[in-house]
Design a protein around this ligand. Structure first.
Ligand code: S3P
Length: 434
């Protein structure tokens, strides 16, 4: 796909529902009592994999609209083993959270995924679940996983890597354990699971660096609205921040403080970020966010901040390439085990189009130049976040970008290019001339 440079990006838009929260709504709705009504569901290849998975486990999911679901929950002990392997596609969240959800059920469950997911580490989730008594076999540490349901015991588990997926798997397994399960996190990660479990009536105790869940309660989600996905808004924020004359407002997005790291760093770099209409949506902080272009300077990003912008780091590297001076990102090794080796990929792909980026021992370093990148070829390597990197770099470039593997965006945001075209073609300069 050819991405042409644009003079400015201007407009108001909304993005699909948060992917992390959408997965959780389906998984937690599946083990609730009675019907859950989900609106603002973020439909994508990843979240459809989760719908298909719970259907395979005997849960009825009705799709009333593209973003409206009704889930007929079977209770915390009602999931049924499926004959065929459950295909999690490209989705790490589906696989890791499902592993926790089925570990304490009856029967055998096999979880499989595509080539990218099958290359990602799964011992990190199998190990704590085994401590709880789960019977899980990985394939040399990877998918496919074979799980034989077992009686689970409660544990106190300290996460060795900051991972919301692992934390969530342990908490979901904790719903079927024999006491209070606690997860200690060295660095806080997204807390959508604990928020939603609490909302559904589970006994959840939250402390600054740990969270506990107890089994035994009947869960009810009822009506749940999901805010827009800040990770899907992120490409528009970065494009608006770096293309002179741009101003973009994204309405109704989640602003959970454990997800807003990109906005914090962009502000530190000098971008104009304004938040309006702060309000809760579905038990999550949310609001409307406007980002306007300005001259950016480089910034330092610390390891503690990484979980709050982990999926936005490839885009941050694009912003940093357009900023004056150096941007240094620490503690970002986890990028190596995402849908691709995103550290190597972002360095190589940005270099190919004129960026000055290098990998460091624990992250990356960008030498920014306050001018448009040259442009050229960007390959997504089948990774949605890299396809978005290529698209944003393309609109902000001098010569445009030939984006290979653009279709990968469907993993999280199937309509991404339509929205991009709208804000690019509506390119009236800001503020309006008259
Ligand atoms: C996610 C957690 C993060 C993130 C992923 C979604 C989640 O992964 O990168 O895109 O929904 O819990 P880790 O938990 O592996 O850090």
């Amino acid at each position: 796909m050819r991405i042409e440079p644009v003079p400015a990006l201007v407009g108001h838009l909304s993005v699909p529902g948060d992917k992390s929260i959408s997965h959780r709504a389906v998984l937690i709705g599946a083990v609730c009592e009675g019907e859950s009504h989900i609106s603002g569901f973020g439909r994508s290849a990843d979240t459809e994999a989760t719908i298909a998975a719970v259907r395979a486990l005997g849960v009825v999911v009705l799709e009333d609209d593209v973003d409206v679901l009704r889930i007929d929950g079977v209770g915390t002990d009602g999931l049924r083993a499926s004959e065929a392997p459950i295909d999690c596609g490209n989705s790490g969240t589906s696989m890791r959270l499902l592993a926790g959800l089925v570990a304490g059920q009856r029967g055998r469950f096999e979880l499989a995924g595509d080539a990218s997911l099958s290359a990602r580490p799964m011992e990190r989730v199998a190990e704590p679940l085994r401590r709880m008594g789960a019977r899980i076999a990985t394939t040399d540490g990877h998918a496919p996983l074979v799980i034989d349901g077992a009686e689970l015991r409660a544990v106190d588990y300290e996460l060795p890597v900051a991972s919301a997926q692992v934390k969530s798997a342990v908490l979901l397994a904790g719903l079927r354990a024999d006491g209070r399960t606690t997860v200690v996190e060295p660095t806080p990660t997204r807390d959508h699971t604990e928020r939603m479990l609490e909302r559904a009536g589970a006994r959840v105790t939250r402390r600054p660096t740990s969270v506990s869940v107890e089994p035994g309660d009947e869960l009810r989600l009822g009506e749940l609205e999901i805010p827009g996905d800040i990770s899907s808004a992120a490409p528009f924020f970065v494009a608006a921040a770096i293309v002179p004359g741009s101003a973009i407002t994204v309405h109704g997005i989640g602003l959970n403080p454990r997800r807003t790291g990109l906005l914090d760093v962009l502000e530190r770099m000098g971008a104009k970020v304004a938040i309006y209409n702060r309000r809760p949506i579905g038990g999550e902080p949310a609001g409307d966010v406007e980002v306007r272009a300005s001259d950016l300077v480089g910034a330092a990003v610390s390891a503690e901040e990484i979980p709050s912008l982990i999926d936005e780091l490839p885009l941050l590297a694009v912003a940093a390439s357009h900023a004056r001076g150096d941007t240094i990102v620490h503690g970002a090794q986890e990028l190596r085990v995402k849908e691709s080796d995103r550290l190597e990929a972002l360095v190589e792909e940005l270099r190919r189009i004129g960026g000055h980026v290098r990998a460091t021992a624990d992250g990356f370093h960008v030498r920014g130049v306050p001018a448009r990148l040259r442009g050229g070829v960007v390959d997504s390597r089948g990774d949605h976040r890299l396809a978005m990197l290529g698209a944003v770099a393309g609109v902000a470039s001098r010569e445009g970008v030939d984006l290979r593997g653009a279709e990968a965006v469907a993993v999280s945001f199937p309509g991404f290019f339509d929205v991009l075209e709208q804000v690019a073609s509506g390119a009236v300069h800001y503020p309006p001339a008259s």
